[in-house]
Design a protein around this ligand. Structure first.
Ligand code: SOE
Length: 383
């Protein structure tokens, strides 16, 4: 196979970002196969065609099932709201297509289990699947993982993670699909908290085993997008807070909110170990802060690593040091890893098993919140 035919489903924010990454990835990285942007799928014909023209897809369709019958499609990239992830992914895997699915994997543990099982069956035939947790592909965070893995911060004791946005502060902001449980599954918890959980698993290479959490919906009713004179109920959380225990004894605190006034995409994570600490803030995404406790006390302190050297993860193909990367580059990195895994017939990460693990943590947080923040073991958090 020297060409990889791609079908993208969905063309809003994530569809636009993925399109940009599909356009870029083969031009920047030396890939073993060449991705071809064959067809864009959307619910409405005209909108899908307009998006295909704008984003550079050869064709469009309003019937995603039709692309599963095509021999020139090898990959289905799912960028729809969570309520359709399971149906599209399971059908695509059964049709022998590799699947990339946006996060969170699903809207419930039950759906995620069905996806993970379909992915396992498909893998036996060389069909791969991956969840789109793009922040793993920030070079500074990939570097952080390798520093943790090589023992540079010693035994990890704490993970402190928050994902702060503010786009719901205005109570008149409309009731979009992201605020409806039947479409989005959950609110800040699944949309933002899922990234934090995946990142914590990624950085520590350790799982969260139990959680105690609370969630809140600050504004219960919002104007309907098509009829702002009327309102409808918000059925997801606006904010979620939880504490967590990791398998090897580390403790984590997590905060996900859409009400952090002034914070736009403030994904922050700090890891403290017995021999040092690492700290990251996505709003300065090219930087990793590293404290090495072995340094002499008079000069020790957090120092800023600018993660733009060719030695840093993913940087070998980009621009000279200091010519910083941005949000969309992380998606090109994600596609590089996915396409390479497909060509090499190796399992990409995070696969659907890792996505299910995140889903179980989210589910456990919701259960805990419903039971006065009782500690919930993640393994038992099944619906
Ligand atoms: C919206 O809150 C959103 O676009 C998330 O869905 C993304 O996953 C995150 O990267 C940015 O914020």
């Amino acid at each position: 196979m020297n060409k990889l035919g791609i079908a993208l489903v969905g063309h809003s924010f994530m569809g636009a970002v993925h399109s940009q990454a599909w356009r870029t990835v083969g031009r920047v990285f030396d890939l073993p196969v060449r991705p071809e942007m064959v067809v864009l799928c959307g619910r409405r014909k005209e909108a899908a065609q307009a998006a295909a023209d704008r984003f550079g897809w050869a064709e469009s369709t309003d019937d995603w099932k039709s692309v599963l019958l095509r021999d020139d499609i090898h990959v289905v990239d799912i960028c729809t709201p969570g309520d359709s992830h399971a149906e599209i992914a399971v059908h695509a895997l059964e049709a022998g297509k590799h699947v990339l699915c946006e996060k969170p994997l699903a809207n419930s543990v039950t759906e995620a289990v069905s996806m993970q099982e379909a992915a396992d069956r498909a893998r036996r035939n060389g069909i791969q699947s991956m969840v789109g947790f793009n922040y793993r592909r920030v070079p500074a965070l990939a570097l952080a993982r390798s520093l943790v893995a090589s023992g540079r911060i010693g035994q990890v004791r704490h993970v402190r993670a928050s994902y702060l946005q503010d786009w719901l502060v205005d109570p008149d902001s409309p009731l979009t699909w992201r605020l409806q449980a039947e479409r989005a599954g959950s609110g800040a918890l699944g949309d933002l908290g899922a990234h934090l959980v995946d990142l914590a698993h990624f950085l520590l290479d350790e799982e969260i085993v139990s959680v105690s959490g609370t969630v809140e919906t600050f504004v219960a009713e919002r104007p309907l997008p098509d009829d702002p004179a009327r309102t409808g109920p918000v059925t997801v959380d606006d904010a979620a807070l939880f504490t967590a225990r990791f398998r090897d004894g580390a403790l984590g605190t997590f905060e996900a909110t859409r009400y952090a006034t002034g914070r736009k995409n403030g994904l922050r994570i700090e890891v403290n170990g017995s021999a040092g600490s690492l700290a990251f803030d996505f709003e300065s995404m090219n930087e990793l802060h590293f404290h090495d406790a072995a340094e002499p006390a008079d000069t020790a302190g957090f120092r800023r690593i600018l993660a733009t050297e060719p030695q840093h993860p993913y940087l070998e193909a980009w621009y000279p040091p200091g010519h910083v990367l941005g949000y969309e580059h992380t998606f090109a990195h994600e596609l590089r890893d996915f396409v390479t895994a497909i060509a090499e017939r190796s399992a990409p990460a995070p696969d659907f098993t890792a996505g299910l693990r995140v889903q179980r943590v989210l589910d456990a947080v919701q259960r805990s919140a419903a039971h006065h923040s009782r500690w919930i073991p993640v393994g038992e958090a099944q619906r």
